[in-house]
Write a protein that binds this ligand. Structure first.
Ligand code: ATP
Ligand code: MG
Length: 362
């Protein structure tokens, strides 16, 4: 019997709906052509525009759709001129991360031959690594609630055994999956600052303990400062990097920079039972409604979703379609005529997405 997956779709704010529609349409085409799986899309209203129009940013019904779905596809939420009365930003994606316990922020960094990068890559080198950012604790633990007096401010760095063990198990599993797919060298690097902070020595101990369960993979450590240097000097040597929340926040922007910006940067926030897939960029209100937004990061996030569903449910057709979709985007991005404005081209959202669909179908 073919399994049909429920996908919660958060169209979000700004350019969100413009990049969501063609992405869902590509996914529907792939699913319709497959005998091995089905996809059922359920719209979940939420976000800043929803708050402006209804007084609620994240309706309970939308949270229920997300909680019950097999996976969640989200574009971007938030608008600069719509805020809660206390001035804080409207970001239902953070509520989702907390509510669903999405502890692993997954940020793939890929630069294929011919793709624009600010690095001067040797001709025979491509970049293909994944950064995993712990997303629920670390230096973001006291987020917004640090202690501040007139003369002093303190924040807490929290590392727990429970979350770290889940995080490292996930990292090694991801490395196994990549190795099996012929990507990556089967190397997992724990990025920390264990020479200075006892919390990171603790983090590292748990990493080493998990590594013992994976003798067929290479496990090593790197300090975060050295990692920043190597991401620029020899990024092709990395496979899977796993790190604390704040370090991951910073390194993932560096990773997006290596890819030539946010335009091609997908991401996933993964927990034990659910996951959110969304582009790294924001809602880009400055270009919303003009039909010029770049849909590639959103489409690549959808490919990550297929990959995750395929791995979690052991359905090879989903993993194959994920690879097809990724390859299609790589193909389209290598052709100047279908690049969007942010990538130096002139194509609109519709033309760019159509090119991906055509590449998928051929
Ligand atoms: P957030 O706080 O939600 O991350 P941000 O302030 O970082 O948002 P973005 O919304 O990511 O900002 O936009 C930053 C710049 O990048 C803007 O000029 C925007 O137009 C551009 N941009 C972002 N995403 C896209 C996209 N998909 N296509 C084209 N341009 C984009
Ligand atoms: Mg931003």
């Amino acid at each position: 019997m073919t399994k049909t997956f429920d996908i919660a779709v958060f169209q979000g704010d700004g350019i969100g709906p413009e990049i969501t529609a063609p992405t869902v349409s590509i996914l529907k085409t792939l699913a319709a052509a497959s005998d091995d799986y089905g996809l059922n899309f359920i719209d979940a209203p939420a976000g800043a525009a929803h708050y402006r129009d209804t007084g609620t940013s994240f309706p309970d019904a939308s949270m229920a759709i997300a909680t019950n779905a097999d996976a969640i596809l989200l574009s971007a939420m938030g608008l600069p001129d719509v805020r809660y009365p206390d001035g804080t930003e409207i970001s239902p994606q953070i509520d989702l991360r907390k509510r669903l316990g999405l502890f692993a922020g997954v940020r793939p960094v890929t630069v294929r031959t011919g793709q624009t990068t600010p690095l001067n890559l040797p001709a025979n080198k491509e970049i293909d690594f994944v950064l995993i950012r712990e997303s629920t604790e670390g230096l973001f633990h006291t987020q917004g609630c640090g202690e501040v007096s007139a003369d002093e401010a303190r924040e807490t760095l929290l590392i727990t055994r429970e979350v770290s063990e889940k995080l490292f198990r996930f990292a090694f599993q991801l490395a196994h999956g990549r190795k099996a797919a012929g990507r990556g060298s089967g190397r997992v690097t724990c990025v920390d600052k264990a020479n200075v902070f006892r919390a990171f020595a603790f983090f590292r101990e748990m990493f080493d303990a998990e590594a013992k369960n994976h003798p067929d993979l290479t496990a090593d450590h790197a300090y975060v400062d050295a990692t920043a240097l190597w991401m620029v000097q020899k990024p092709w040597e990395f496979d899977v990097l796993v790190t604390e929340n704040m370090f991951g926040d910073i390194l993932s922007d560096l990773g997006a920079g290596l890819m030539g910006g946010l335009g091609l940067a997908p991401s996933a926030d993964i927990g034990l039972n659910n996951a959110v897939f969304q582009p790294c960029h924001g809602s880009a209100p400055d270009i919303a409604g003009q039909g010029v937004a770049n849909p590639f990061a959103m489409i690549l996030s959808a490919a990550m979703m297929l990959e995750w569903l395929g791995t979690s449910h052991k359905i090879a057709a989903l993993s194959r379609d994920a690879a097809r979709l990724r390859t299609a985007v790589e193909h389209v991005v290598a052709d100047e005529s279908t690049l969007t404005r942010d990538l130096g081209g002139t194509a609109g959202t519709e033309a760019a997405a159509k090119a991906v669909l055509n590449a998928v179908l051929t």
